[in-house]
Design a protein around this ligand. Structure first.
Ligand code: MCN
Length: 814
């Protein structure tokens, strides 16, 4: 008989996924080899904006090993629709037709023009050289303000670059500003970043000889959404389409999309009647996979002299790139609800102007809209503290919502689920030895140390658990937000969990096993989690927005509870007892008070399938499913402190320590949560200090390879010191909140606030991301009238050169 299991939830169960991943046994899309499989390569535009006046593919077709060459025009009959944007943010949102291959105009560097299918990928790629395209170049717009203020236009027919303008106005904002003692007005830039999963995108499309349909293996975060969207794009009926997400080597939001290449793979498999494969190269990944961020943020807060915020105005210009991909238009609006952070006030206005540019489309990148918002509010809180000569921790504390465990209104018109913000702040102050750090900083300043110490705060929250279907629809979303799980006990007493989430690094197999094992009373190793294949997991809304646990993991729990409800009926029948007298402990139903009179869950499972003696009218089997659509999002939060050492001679920033106290409700698996935070914080620090996708004025991606796009590695990062508090969410019965994006949201403002804090006594009040050495050095130089790198610095704390104050209430600016 199986041993009565311990409780798994809350324990650091080793990740079941890891042995395969670290011993080379994972099944990546590129590992798939099918008989007769062809490979395709895409000819991508070498210019950012041009009319195509002629394409000649005849020479390419002649190359040995080339099977077919198609232009956009050749494939037009394949499509049921242009590529789809799933979000209609305003009724008049402009979304240009965006076919998988262009037909007459290219709009960004890398826009696909033609496709070559050949016997191997090298032949396909080499043949691209033999395609002749004549371009008539058009003017290019890459700068956001230029795009917002007029031509040149990316899509000439619109006569504007505006895709949409979205507003939110809550409370008496103008009044709050006119009554304020202090107004702080700042402009922040969110450089574009490149998501850079270890595994670039890859797709294999395989015609199914038995039903005339197709199986598409694709490195995606969203097999279920892809099934629906690809059926519309390619006219393959949904029931004839099977999507498989094999092992996926990271996504970070950029695989939350349905891309041209996936549609092209299907179209070629259909036209050529044979399997086809495409695997993205790294430089292609940088050109053609969606980018993240890309915003100009104007933020203004009104406050009283004691540091209490009374109102906030935010105006964004958001870079859509050349087209709208699946979620492009949603991203800045997702942030709209998060600019107020964890601060309590009641007048807020937000306006977002979204514009087209001749650049790769933007879309979700870890945090998607929320890191941008958290950055702006956390930067401006520091600016307020400096202006009022207050401690940055105290100015935050003064504005926190008080502790709450039921939904509470916040300034942007939504309800936070639960929060205890002071607790995380108190803990992180203690963890970091805040007073000790300030003392060290004072000494370094006093001795005019060339390396100064910075202490940067971020007390963030985020909206995650993207779910309530009604809210998704009200926001203009074309899809729902529920999640589905089915849980079955097999005749042997082992369990299978089918989930609609689609993990690509987050450890769902382990976490869902823990949840199911606890509910079913079986050993964790007896649970198999099935995911990422629409044939075996037909329902799901997939993985993004740190939704998988608070929606999908909860669905697993609820489905497992249904199994236990049924098992109890079987147990009562087997024990000839009343259900009310049964208790379920350690995988065994026993009659209360008679522990020896019991039956194990394994025996019940056997009986349920044998079906020889079940309660009257009961269906055989022990398998249940649950669709969970929660009433609200979840709002994890945390307090982070980034400690930097900034070399005033060279501008080099070293992250010496990073302290984070996060609250994601009860934790299913502490090592997974720590891992998610490690990765997230690393990505946040990367954005703050190293990474930027730079375009020149002709629309060339200057940082088109890993040599130019700096991704920090272990040597650049400190050991993170993590702690947690636990504030359960009322949004779901497990009380859990998501954590997958928390680090990426908390880290960037903590890092930049830290760099500014290190240099504030030298008059530095602002620095843009990424705080690369030259950027930091130049900022010191500007603040110090050219004295950077010397010991002859003005340490009075006021800018030696005035840095453009922007309002008559003493606000500071760039
Ligand atoms: N977890 C937990 N207890 C909690 C919260 C979470 O044990 N209270 C665990 C969950 O059980 C799950 C993991 O943490 O195993 C993440 O859960 P969740 O926060 O629900 O996030 P998702 O699984 O939905 O992951 C999405 C999120 C996003 S949006 C991006 S982007 C991202 C991320 O996760 N991309 C990643 N983490 C990533 N990690 C890897 N390795 N690769 C990516 O591409």
């Amino acid at each position: 008989m199986t041993q009565a299991p311990e409780k798994y939830v809350g324990g650091s169960v080793p990740r079941k996924e890891d042995p395969a991943l670290i011993t080379g046994k994972a099944n990546w899309t590129d590992n798939i080899k099918l008989p007769g499989m062809l490979h395709f390569a895409l000819l991508r535009s070498p210019v950012a904006h041009a009319k195509i006046t002629n394409i000649d593919v005849s020479a390419a077709k002649e190359q040995a090993g080339v099977v077919a060459v198609f232009t956009g025009q050749d494939l037009m009959d394949e499509w049921g629709s242009p590529l789809i944007c799933g979000w209609q943010m305003t009724p008049d949102q402009k979304a240009p037709d965006h076919y998988p291959l262009v037909t007459d105009e290219v709009n960004y560097l890398g826009d696909p023009i033609a496709v070559v299918a050949a016997t191997d990928r090298y032949t396909a790629k080499d043949a691209l050289e033999f395609i002749d395209v004549d371009f008539e170049e058009l003017p290019v717009v890459t700068d956001l303000e230029a795009a917002a203020s007029g031509g040149p236009f990316v899509h000439e027919d619109y006569g504007t670059n505006e895709s949409y303008t979205w507003n939110l106005d809550i409370g008496e904002v103008d009044q709050a500003f006119s009554n304020a003692d202090v107004v702080i007005k700042e402009r922040y830039l969110q450089p574009r970043v490149l998501p850079t999963p270890i595994e670039p995108r890859a797709v294999v499309a395989n015609p199914d000889p038995f039903n005339g349909g197709f199986t598409v293996y694709t490195s995606t975060q969203i097999p279920h959404i892809a099934k629906y969207v690809l059926s519309i794009l390619t006219k393959v009926p949904e029931q004839k389409m099977r999507i498989v997400a094999p092992d996926v080597g990271g996504g970070f939001g950029c695989k939350l999309n349905v891309y041209a290449e996936e549609a092209i793979a299907l179209a070629l498999a259909r036209k050529l009647g044979t399997p086809v494969k495409w695997v993205e190269e790294r430089s292609e990944n940088y050109l053609a996979t969606t980018h993240g961020r890309g915003q100009i943020q104007d933020i203004e807060i009104a406050a009283s002299n004691d540091g209490k915020i009374q109102g906030m105005r935010v105006e964004l210009i958001a870079d859509m790139g050349a087209y709208l991909q699946l979620g492009t238009s949603l991203i800045p609006v997702l942030g709209a609800f998060m600019y107020p952070g964890i601060y309590d006030f009641d007048a807020y206005s937000f306006k977002c102007l979204s514009v087209f540019t001749n650049k790769t489309p933007t879309d979700a990148y870890r945090g998607a809209g929320r890191p941008e918002a958290a950055y702006a509010i956390e930067r401006v809180m520091d600016a307020l503290a400096r202006r009022l000569d207050m401690d940055p921790a105290e100015v935050r504390r003064k504005n926190f919502h008080p502790k709450f465990d039921e939904p509470r209104n916040q300034p942007a018109g939504i309800q936070y689920d639960s929060g205890d913000y002071e607790l995380t702040l108190d803990k992180v102050l203690e963890l970091a030895d805040y007073q000790g750090l300030r003392e060290e900083q004072r000494q370094r300043r006093e001795t005019n140390d060339l390396v100064q110490l910075g202490i940067g705060f971020s007390t963030y929250t985020e909206i995650c658990g993207i779910a309530p279907s009604k809210v998704v629809a009200a926001l203009g979303g074309g899809g729902a937000g529920w999640e589905m799980a089915s849980v079955r006990l097999l005749a042997s007493g082992k369990a299978e969990v089918v989930t609609g989430t689609s993990p690509h690094g987050q450890g769902h197999v382990t976490s869902w096993s823990q949840i199911a094992a606890d509910a079913l009373g079986v050993p964790v190793e007896d649970v198999e989690v099935i995911h990422g294949d629409t044939a075996s997991s037909p329902w799901g809304r997939d993985t993004y927005g740190s939704r998988s646990l608070p929606v999908g993991g909860v669905a697993v729990h609820l489905a497992a509870e249904k199994v236990i409800d049924k098992a109890k009926k079987v147990a009562a029948h087997m024990l000839e007892a009343s259900e009310d007298d049964l208790e379920f402990v350690g995988g065994k139903f026993s009659v209360a008070g008679s522990p020896d009179r019991g039956v194990t869950i394994q025996d019940i499972a056997g009986a349920a399938y044998l079906a020889a003696d079940l309660p009257e009218g009961m269906e055989p089997g022990l398998s249940e499913e649950h669709f969970f659509d929660p009433p609200n999002f979840t709002f994890p939060f945390g307090a982070h402190i980034c400690v930097t050492e900034v070399d005033t001679e060279t501008g080099k920033v070293k992250v010496r320590d990073y302290f984070a106290v996060d609250d994601c409700g009860p934790v299913i698996n502490p090592i997974i949560v720590d891992g998610q935070l490690h990765g997230g914080i690393a990505q946040g620090l990367a954005q703050a200090l190293y990474e930027e996708a730079v375009y020149d004025e002709n629309g060339n991606l200057v940082t088109g390879s890993m040599v130019d796009f700096l991704i920090p590695g272990a040597p650049e990062l400190p050991n993170f010191t993590l702690e947690r508090t636990v504030t359960p969410s009322p949004s779901n019965p497990l009380g859990v909140k998501g954590v997958g994006e928390a680090g990426t949201i908390g880290a960037p403002p903590a890092a930049i606030n830290s760099v500014i804090d290190a240099l504030s006594h030298l008059g530095v009040t602002h620095i843009d991301m990424p705080a690369l050495p030259f950027n930091v050095w130049r900022t010191i130089q500007e603040a110090q009238g050219g004295r950077a790198g010397t010991r002859d610095l003005d340490v009075s704390g006021r800018p030696a050169q005035t840095v453009d104050n922007v309002d008559d209430k003493g606000g500071e600016s760039l």
